[in-house]
Design a protein around this ligand. Sequence first.
Ligand SMILES: Nc1ncnc2c1ncn2[C@@H]1O[C@H](COP(=O)(O)OP(=O)(O)OP(=O)(O)O)[C@@H](O)[C@H]1O
Ligand SMILES: [Mg+2]
Length: 242
Amino acid sequence: MNLAIEIKGLRKGFGAEGNRIEVIKNLDFSLKNGSFEIIMGQSGSGKSTLLHLMAGLLSPDEGEIIIGNNEISKHNDEKKTIFRRKNIGLIFQDFNLIPTLTAEENVMLPLLLDRKNDNKKAKELLELLGLRDRVHHLPSQLSGGERQRIAIARALVTNPAIVLADEPTGNLDSPAAHELCTLLKKLNKETGCSILMVSHDPVVSAAASKVHVLKDGIIATAFATEDNPHIVSERYLAAIEG
Ligand SMILES: Nc1ncnc2c1ncn2[C@@H]1O[C@H](COP(=O)(O)OP(=O)(O)OP(=O)(O)O)[C@@H](O)[C@H]1O
Ligand SMILES: [Mg+2]
């Protein structure tokens, strides 16, 4: 079986001794190539921490993170950065847009860093996300939902093999959230990229094929969604209460 992501015995905590919290505790996880799956979990359960570890933005205390055939936990920072830029599309919970660059420039940033100056793909994505009239706006001139869509376009502009998305629908209303899920599903089918998303919303989660529940520092359970938000909601509540 080909795996996009494989994690073994992962541990990550924060703070000095005496004041330390262990967030990820001996976690195992795998994501098959070409799949679209979700991680759900309560606020503070460590979802963002886990995605940041997968993206190589945080270093684990222990354990292995293998992306494709690369054990990124062993790479130095420079190698991690280049690997991430070429292979991973990241959508952050807080967008991380550059305030002095326009919408289009923000989307093109990953290409410019690789010395590719082709704005065709950026324009296509901005159009697809309903931002054609916002191309030359700065982030401060955009709404929260518009900024989130810019961050999504930026994550997709390099056609990454893996997309890691942290609550990408958190600032969208439900029609826009639904549209984004349809877009991600389409992208997953058409390009074969693997998508791992964090979400609290059962409606959004039902767009994926499988839900993993993060609880007490490990993936406590996983279940198939069967495209049904009610099933997702019931099984998720049972998992976090149980
Ligand atoms: N850099 C850090 N230093 C200290 N504690 C941290 C740090 N980053 C995260 N934490 C703590 O780790 C825990 C998990 O945080 P994380 O952001 O991963 O949660 P989350 O599941 O993404 O929550 P939310 O759904 O609210 O976004 C929290 O208790 C948080 O306070
Ligand atoms: Mg988070």
